[in-house]
Design a protein around this ligand. Structure first.
Ligand code: B3K
Ligand code: ZN
Length: 872
């Protein structure tokens, strides 16, 4: 396999103005006839037309209705070449495909009782010959035909324009999508599905039909998705001035799906895990994920569909922006601090690791072998941070003007990240050329901050240096443009800020917070009129995706934890205190907890003005992965054990206050997903789990009660998790069995059951996980199941995955080899933890040899790229 490069981008040689598909479904044999209106692109003046296709059995090809012979075209290596296409005309191709044997879940495939598609990024070429690239936009008309009883429901993008019965128990439906779109946004669904209907009235008073298609057994799990969709539709009108543009919005739930969901125009296809929700079967986190993903796919209608990507290197143009949009939506619907904490946690534990490893790539990569490998935390989450920084630098008013201009300028076009930034520049008259380095330079910058207070001059200086470690694409980095939100805390709260060179007239009304713009490798910012030595509150709200290093004393961190006016930074201080405790424990060899820290947490637990959900996060010691980033020299198992020890000691020290939180919770209240209700459950269940770690008698009792008498999945699963941490092996097994027999018919709950077993830190966990692969509930063809078991084991069970004998690595490699050809996308994702081998010293050699073993097999492009990059 070879790489393709951004620098080689050329416009397409031809356009496809219209696409007429006829898809005729028979078991094991689907016939696709595509009639394409082709026009040469005058800007290119190339007459050879080269179409993409994969695994197609070509039956016939016609140019303007004349059948072509073998001499007129050349079909080889996934390309169909037609020599002399110098004028507009109609190209018709007929192919046969077999969705039933498609286990890669890309293109047209079968999942349980339905046929469905996944075309992003390059799946459309598995359905028919096409110019399968996002800058070729076409108007689609799709006719579907199938057996009436096997596939009563026939859906595609846009509006239904015709339907009817045919002889032999067959029927058809024809859909027309008036909006031009690239092939990756095409979708079709055919199967036995039930539908929940609703409607939404847009700001300009148009009525939009909402239809959610699921298997009949799931009809009672659709209302949360529908409510979320309506909230997202309203929110986008109010916050971005964006209205929906078709008369119907459909969502289909599919159980076999590689990703969370897909934003196909007017016909979103969702992993069941991101659309179905009910109190009995779905946790609070699950409910919030449904809300976020439904909104994310909806927001793509503008950021992605109406304005799409010129090429796949620009993926973050739609993904980074849409993640930013869905994060702001979730922040508005729930607690904004909690949402920020969750996102920053993910960024710091997983994206930073990606950015520091062998697969590090810029938000806009310059090359790739397989684009599916670039649906990464860097493109999505770091990409969203770039948009957030632009919003911070411009301020809300100019940012909104910028997005308005972007949508207006580029509606109906396929554009680049530069175009996005250009709109921001145009409305704000700011020069963002240095900012654009964020798109092309990989790696997480480190900010080394020091301070100096002058009692005599009443000045406070912050000296900030930025460094960025080398990454595969470049050893040397030019300085980034970094917005750093700061306040200075004095004894009575945040101090008014005035930079030494700032005129008094320039000061805003609320001047206790300021955005410093770092553009050089090192810069000093001097504040004047600072009458007491302050504690700096830096990078508030995590204003840039960087590693902040400032030598805070424990006392200063406690001041921040207790008093910072930015709630996010109070949490951030709690994490830094955790890091400090780990650091002390590593140095001393024992974990003595600092009394001041414990007292501060205790005091916070007693405050009733603090969001309980934020409090729950303040009680969490940073994840092992994050700690490994901070202590790269320390072995991962040592870190894991140190962390576990700290957790136990923290629980023992806070036991009284934690018990109060467990007991104060009334689990008979009717279930509600409001932010307030979620917060109370979150704190109570966190307290229960902590007490379980310390084997507290209350946890022994309450874990069972919560499991048995819960009226919702959040509490029941919390009970089961606590049981797994504090009860005897027999009791644990008994409750796991009870849980399975209660929920064996609910696939999504069974996934939770698998994950819980995969993340148990017990010597026999790996054996248990291996035998679960033969359990009747498990299937290698279902990505949710594989992720619930193998993904959870490799990513969330440091104690067992990193076993000294390397058996954890060996098993993961077996899983990767098993899925390598069957589902390359899934296999390439699962291999990720092994790619971090360099961070693991001696232990890393065991990971390395498993990667080599994988490399020895005949690899799919996806796995090939990841493994080869990891080994070089
Ligand atoms: N755009 C899809 C991702 C599809 C990835 C295919 N390999 C989901 C999303 O980001 O909304
Ligand atoms: Zn997306």
């Amino acid at each position: 396999p070879s790489a393709i490069y951004l620098a080689d981008y050329r416009e397409p040689t031809h356009w496809i103005d219209e696409t007429h598909l006829d898809v005729v479904i028979f078991p094991d044999q689907t016939r696709v006839t595509a009639r394409l209106k082709i026009t040469p692109n005058a800007a290119r003046a190339v007459s050879e037309l080269v179409l993409d296709g994969e695994g197609l059995q070509t039956q016939a090809i016609y140019w303007n209705d004349a059948r072509l012979t073998q001499d007129d075209f050349d079909e080889c290596d996934g390309k169909l070449r037609l020599k002399q296409i110098n004028e507009s005309g109609w190209l018709t191709t007929e192919v046969i495909i077999c969705p039933e044997s498609n286990t890669a879940l890309e293109g047209l495939y079968r999942s349980r009782t339905m046929y469905c598609t996944q075309c992003e990024a390059e799946g459309f070429r598995k359905i028919t010959w096409y110019l399968d690239r996002p800058d070729v936009m076409s108007v689609f008309t799709t006719r579907l035909e199938a057996d009436q009883s096997l596939c009563p429901v026939l859906l595609s993008n846009g509006n239904l324009v015709a339907s009817g019965s045919l002889p032999n128990g067959r029927h058809f439906a024809t859909w027309h999508d008036p909006h031009k779109k690239p092939s990756y946004l095409f979708a079709l669904v055919a199967g036995q599905l039930s539908c929940v209907k609703d409607q939404f009235v847009t700001a300009s008073n148009r009525s939009v039909a909402i239809e959610v298609y699921v298997e009949p057994k799931d009809l009672d799990k659709c209302s949360h998705a529908i409510d979320s969709l309506k909230r997202a539709m309203r929110w986008d009108e109010q916050n971005y001035g964006r209205e929906y543009d078709l008369d119907i919005y459909m969502i289909v739930a599919v159980d076999d799906f590689n990703m969370g969901a897909m934003e196909n125009k007017g016909l979103n296809i969702f992993n069941t895990s991101c659309v179905l929700a009910s109190a009995a079967t779905t946790t609070d986190i699950g409910f919030q994920r449904v809300e976020a993903v439904v909104a994310h796919e909806y927001f793509h209608n503008w950021s992605g569909n109406r304005v799409t990507c010129r090429d796949w290197f620009q993926l973050s143009l739609k993904e980074g922006f849409t993640v930013y949009r869905d994060a702001e939506f979730s922040a508005d619907m729930n607690s904004s601090t909690v949402k920020r904490i969750e996102d920053v946690n993910l960024l710091r534990t997983a994206q930073f690791a990606e950015d520091a490893g062998p697969l590090a790539h810029p938000v806009r990569p310059a090359s790739f072998i397989e684009i599916s490998n670039f649906y990464t935390l860097t493109v999505y989450e770091k990409g969203a941070e770039l948009v957030r920084m632009l919003a911070t630098l411009l301020g809300p008013e100019y940012f909104r003007k910028g997005t308005d201009l972007y949508f207006e300028r580029h509606d109906g076009e396929a554009v680049t990240c530069d175009d996005f930034v250009a709109s921001m520049e145009a409305v704000s008259s700011r020069d963002l050329s240095q900012f654009k380095r964020w798109y092309s330079q990989a790696g997480t910058p480190e900010l080394i901050v020091s301070s100096q207070y002058s009692e005599a001059y009443k000045t406070f200086r912050l000296t900030i240096e930025q460094r960025c470690p080398p990454t595969p694409e470049a050893a040397e980095k030019a300085p980034f443009h970094i917005p750093i939100r700061v306040s200075l805390l004095g004894a009575a709260g945040a101090l008014p800020l005035k930079l030494a060179n700032q005129a008094v007239g320039d000061l805003p009304e609320d001047n206790t917070e300021m955005i410093l713009e770092l553009t050089k490798s090192e810069q000093t910012f001097e504040f004047a009129g600072v009458h007491e030595r302050p504690v700096p509150s830096l990078l508030r709200g995590f204003s840039a995706p960087v590693n902040l290093r400032y030598a805070y004393s424990e006392t200063e961190l406690i001041t921040l934890l207790m008093q910072d006016t930015d709630l996010f930074n109070r949490w951030s201080a709690s994490q830094e205190l955790g890091v400090l405790a780990v650091s002390n424990a590593i140095k001393a060899g024992t974990c003595e907890l600092s009394g001041d820290w414990v007292n501060a947490l205790q005091a916070n637990l007693q405050r009733d003005d603090l969001d309980p959900a934020v409090m729950a996060y303040m009680l969490q010691i940073p994840s092992v992965n994050y700690l490994h980033d901070r202590f790269p020299e320390t072995d991962i198992l040592t870190l894991h054990q140190t962390r576990q020890d700290l957790v136990r000691r923290l629980a023992l020290s806070l036991a009284d206050a934690l018990r109060e939180k467990v007991l104060a919770y009334d689990m008979r209240q009717p279930y509600e997903v409001s932010a307030a209700a979620v917060a109370v459950r979150s704190l109570s269940n966190t307290a229960l789990l902590l007490l379980a770690e310390a084997k507290d008698p209350l946890a022994l009792r309450e874990s069972i009660t919560r499991f048995k008498h819960a009226n919702n999945m959040t509490d029941q699963l919390a009970g089961l998790r606590a049981i797994a941490r504090c009860q005897s092996d027999n009791v644990v097994k008994e409750h796991l069995a009870a849980f399975y027999s209660q929920w064996k018919d609910e696939a999504l709950v069974v996934n939770q059951w698998l994950s819980l077993q995969a993340t148990r830190d017990e010597a026999d966990t790996l054996v248990a996980v291996q035998s679960l692969t033969s359990h009747p509930c498990f299937s290698w063809n279902n990505p949710n199941k594989v992720r619930a078991l193998a993904g959870a084991f490799a990513n969330q069970n440091p104690g067992q995955f990193h076993r000294d004998d390397g058996a954890g690595y060996e098993w993961l490699a077996n899983v990767v080899l098993k899925l390598n050809q069957a589902n390359p996308q899934l296999a390439a994702r699962l291999v990720t933890p092994l790619t971090q081998w360099r961070k693991h010293g001696q232990r890393g050699q065991l990971m390395f040899s498993q990667l080599q073993r994988i490399q020895g097999a005949t690899l799919s492009k996806d796995v090939f790229e990841v493994v080869n990059k990891a080994l070089t």
